[in-house]
Design a protein around this ligand. Structure first.
Ligand code: MIC
Ligand code: SF4
Length: 637
């Protein structure tokens, strides 16, 4: 039997295990990426591992999330990241260069390689035929130290794209359609492998839009073949030498198949407050809007923004709408300038922001109270924009710009004849300020500002956990809810004691106070607990407040790994009724019995006993017993 694209890449990278769905495998990692919001912890962890130089083929440290610098904290983080990169042999991409995923596509991505990134949208590079996975920072630090990455072999799902997109229907509509069909849990434990005749007409940036939002399906990653489109993209970037052809075998076996007829697709939009709450744009046309933001790692390519500029040429943004444009990279911004598109954008009334994550992570451009904002981003979780009661809709740049002109949600097909954007023969490749690894790493002094605090200590696993159920939550709790972002909180990413104060701040502002008062306790969650971002802080901050265990109906992949890595015990209810029987405030004792088999929970408040389960591997139990992976690595450098 032939191989899938995923198997073709995994086989030569396999360190242990078999490529059978559900089995634990370990794979070698060729490249890593980090961004500043997760990166400071990653490098503190790397330093704690006591290595000399990174062992990967290529590792890059990007600064793109915290670029507002409203105080000294961000700037200090940037200095730390630059010097630590020089010391350990990494490339460094400073603030202003662009969003890690966009810049990585342009500068470093190579078909057929493995990439591990401390950001959940690392799969964006799947658009280039890479096997690119998002992970917790410590797993990325371990990969840089030359250790393999462990994961459960996902099922490989084949998604065939057939036919071609109609005018004004885009790659964003394709992934919104996949989200509509499968939901935010539909990709858990799966890799989405795209194929079919429709691929021929999809460029790498379009494929990357689709691969990017595979993260919203909960998928481990998404991947496209490497073909003539891939070659063309790399040629334009001046890197054709990195191209190799890569296709699945015709008789490859997939766990499941899905097909989408591109010709039948219509412009789609995700309504508040979940990326899978998808409708046709037609169905919500006429809703008044206050703001439109075009950018983020999903839709900020030259192709996206040049098209927006063409639509806006000679026109004015609706007077009651604020339109902000966030280019994905300095390269994209420079090309827009060279082609005259930038001046069209400026003349239309658009606000041009620095290439960075910006509003996507609540760094500026918060909408007004109760405001309606249309964004080309990938997440519309409540409060993520910085305004708790704002309504965030997710759509294509085409729908966004059509709506910016009218002041209400508008189907872009009303814009008339389709506009085609042609790529320049070569992109601008001038000084994009990426700093290569230092030739003299020994002499580098690592600079640490006062906001950069050492990691806390992690005690060994106790024989039982005793305490209060500090909070009980429903399904699909996001890491944004566990530990919010935004300019105030993001500045504290290198300071666990300070950031811990904001744990669950959006849903229960008294949480951190209560947790400290009670000397810790446990968290109870529903299904898919910890979906969304890869931020380790969502595990570290509760752990710092004394949370010893999280009991849920199921966990999202990256958050589960983060809990284990920092010694917080993830346990599962064996039945929904057990979840229903436990309440916030209940006093419980969990007898861990070394996590041998079943775990017994005694609910002292209710006088009941329930059995909890876990699917932890011996390797993971070893980490938990040690109190987290750092204790283990330190004992075994
Ligand atoms: C996000 O989109 O939520 C982030 C910010 O990029 C996160 C990483 C982080 O929290 O720093 C992600 O997606 O992993
Ligand atoms: Fe940055 Fe937003 Fe992409 Fe996260 S989703 S990497 S915050 S642009």
């Amino acid at each position: 039997m032939g191989e899938t694209l995923v198997e073709k890449i995994l086989a030569p990278h396999l360190v242990s295990g078999r490529l059978m769905p559900g089995e634990e495998i370990a794979i070698s990692i060729d490249q890593t990426l980090t961004q500043d919001a997760t990166g400071t912890l990653v490098y503190l962890e790397l330093e704690a591992m006591g290595i000399d130089r990174v062992a990967t083929e290529l590792s890059v440290s990007y600064v793109d999330h915290n670029t507002l610098q409203t105080g000294f904290e961000n700037a200090d983080d940037h200095l730390y990241l630059r010097t630590v990169a020089a010391r350990y042999g990494l490339y460094f991409s400073p603030a202003g260069n662009g969003i890690c995923h966009q810049v990585h596509l342009e500068r470093f991505g190579v078909p057929g390689k493995t990439l591990l990134g401390s950001d959940s949208h690392t799969p964006t590079a799947g658009g280039l035929g890479m096997l690119a996975i998002g992970a917790g920072g410590i797993d990325v630090a371990l990969a840089m130290a030359g250790r393999p990455f462990f994961l459960f072999m996902p099922e490989v799902i084949r998604i065939d794209l057939l036919g071609c997109l109609s005018p004004w229907v885009t790659a964003k509509d394709v992934i919104l359609e996949v989200l509509r069909r499968l939901s935010v849990k539909g990709g858990v434990g799966k890799i989405m492998e795209y194929g079919g005749s429709g691929l021929k007409s999809l460029s790498v940036p379009e494929r990357s839009t689709i691969a990017n939002m595979g993260a919203e399906l909960g998928a481990t990653t998404s991947i496209f073949p490497s073909d003539e489109q891939t070659r063309h993209f790399l040629r334009v970037q001046g890197r054709e030498r990195d191209w190799i052809p890569l296709q699945p075998d015709a008789d490859a076996h997939y766990s499941d198949r899905l097909s989408i007829d591109l010709t039948q697709l219509e412009p789609l939009i995700a309504l508040p407050h979940s990326p899978d709450n998808v409708r046709k744009v037609k169905e919500v046309e006429g809703v008044k809007i206050h703001q439109v933001v075009i950018g983020s790692c999903t839709n900020s390519s030259y192709q996206d923004l040049a098209k927006v500029a063409e639509v806006l040429k000679g026109k004015r943004v609706h007077p009651e709408v604020s339109l902000a444009i966030v280019p994905g990279s300095r390269r994209v911004l420079q090309m827009l300038a060279q082609k005259g598109a930038l001046s069209q954008l400026i003349a239309s009334g658009a606000r041009i922001l620095e290439p960075a994550c910006g509003p996507c992570i609540g760094m500026g451009q918060a909408p007004p109270t109760g405001g309606v904002t249309l964004r080309t981003f990938n997440r519309n979780f409540r409060g993520r924009s910085g305004t708790p009661d704002a309504e965030i809709y997710l759509c294509s740049p085409e729908t966004a710009v059509a709506s910016a002109l009218t002041g209400e949600i508008t189907d872009p097909r009303s814009l008339g004849e389709e506009i085609k954007v042609t790529w320049p023969k070569r992109v601008w490749r001038g000084a994009d300020l990426i700093i290569p690894p230092s030739p003299h790493p020994e002499g580098v002094q690592i600079l640490r500002g006062p906001n950069i605090q050492p990691l806390p200590d992690f005690p060994k696993m106790p024989s039982k956990v005793e305490g209060e159920v500090l909070i009980k939550l429903g399904d699909d709790v996001t890491t944004d809810e566990i530990l919010p972002a935004g300019s105030k909180i993001l500045a504290l990413r290198s300071n666990i004691p300070a950031i811990a104060e904001f744990t669950f701040a959006g849903i229960d502002p008294s949480f951190s106070c209560r947790a400290k008062e009670k000397g810790g306790g446990v968290i109870v969650g529903g299904a898919n607990y910890g979906q969304g971002s890869s931020r380790e802080h969502a595990a570290l901050a509760p752990s710092y407040l004394g949370v010893k265990a999280v009991i849920a109906l199921s966990f999202a992949r990256i958050h589960l790994a983060n809990l284990i890595n920092f010694g917080v015990i993830p346990l599962l209810f064996s039945a929904k009724e057990d979840y229903e029987r436990i309440e916030e405030g209940d006093q419980v004792v969990i007898y861990l019995d070394d996590l041998r088999q079943e775990v017994v929970l005694q609910n002292k408040s209710k006088g009941e006993v329930i059995k909890l389960i876990h699917h932890l591997q011996p390797r993971e139990i070893k980490i938990l017993k040690a109190g987290g992976v750092l204790n283990l690595v330190k004992g075994d450098p």
